[in-house]
Ligand binder design. Structure first.
Ligand SMILES: NC(=O)c1ccc[n+]([C@@H]2O[C@H](COP(=O)([O-])OP(=O)(O)OC[C@H]3O[C@@H](n4cnc5c(N)ncnc54)[C@H](OP(=O)(O)O)[C@@H]3O)[C@@H](O)[C@H]2O)c1
Length: 239
């Protein structure tokens, strides 16, 4: 397919791995992130164009997508958070911050890219295992990621049949975002045991599915949420 793939959050664990996979498959890339140094180094490595932008700045996000050269073959919004909060301390601002970063940023990115997307292009957004299963203290991120799933289904309708929109929903995955949950070996082991396939996710687990969903082998898949979670959302193998 002709055109460029945009990876937003390319300096992150999953975004970086996805960019590397797409590059290895021969894709042309436009990378977006907020850390100019790390973004520039990755863009050099992958012979990609790049724009530094904070996705919370609507004008900067639009300009970063406008800077993508040529037609757009795919877009992955790999920005996100894991915002936890005990119910008694839950503030409107905490809920809104999660929503703004995970949902509004994704919606505005797709809006900006859609007019230049080619026939058969793909969009991938990121949810979480916490959208479908209730976990303690997950209110801000569970609500935001459930909204991402609804957003994706709605965008899939808006953009059909030209562009497909799908969602990857990982369980805890070893990236900088999850570092505070994976700092000790004991924590890693305890969390791994909660999965029917008892390990933590690796960035490439989610990146592999995202790359598939962006590609033509997924040409008849749209409006779907696919879990990469070692069975955490659906399988209880002990007890
Ligand atoms: N890792 C997990 O356990 C896990 C579990 C479930 C869902 N997810 C979801 O998977 C997706 C990818 O996560 P990840 O684990 O790869 O996270 P990550 O390593 O923290 O990467 C996130 C990326 O987004 C960028 N970013 C964050 N805020 C931004 C902003 N305001 N403007 C521009 N860029 C911004 C980060 O930039 P910097 O590098 O500058 O911070 C980084 O490039 C996210 O949607 C996340 O919610 C992850």
């Amino acid at each position: 397919m002709s055109g460029t793939h945009i990876v937003i959050g390319a300096t992150g664990g999953i975004g970086g791995q996805l960019a590397r996979r797409l590059h290895a498959g021969g894709a042309r890339l436009h990378l977006i992130g907020r850390d100019a140094g790390r973004l520039g180094a990755l863009a050099d490595e992958l012979e990609a164009s790049q724009t530094t932008a904070d996705v919370l700045d609507e004008a900067a996000l639009e300009a970063a997508i406008a800077a993508c050269p040529g037609d757009i073959a795919g877009l992955a919004y790999c920005v996100g958070s894991i915002d936890l909060c005990p119910l008694q301390r839950l503030a409107a601002e905490t809920m809104l911050a999660s929503y703004r970063l995970n949902v509004v940023g994704a919606a505005l990115a797709v809006r900006a890219a859609a007019p230049r997307m080619v026939e058969g292009a793909g969009v991938v957004l990121f949810s979480s295992v916490a959208a479908q299963q209730g976990f303690l203290q997950h209110a801000p991120i569970a609500a935001a990621k459930a909204a991402v799933e609804g957003l994706a289904r709605s965008l899939a309708a808006d953009l059909a049949p030209k562009v497909r929109v799908n969602v990857v929903a990982p369980s805890l995955t070893r990236t900088p975002l999850a570092a505070r949950f994976t700092s000790s070996e004991a924590m890693q082991k305890a969390i791994a045991q909660l999965h029917a396939l008892p390990r933590l996710g690796e960035a490439d687990d989610a990146a592999a599915l995202a790359a598939f969903l962006l590609g033509s082998d997924a040409g008849w898949i749209t409006g779907q949420v696919l879990a990469v979670d070692g069975g955490r959302s659906t399988v209880r193998s002990r007890g």
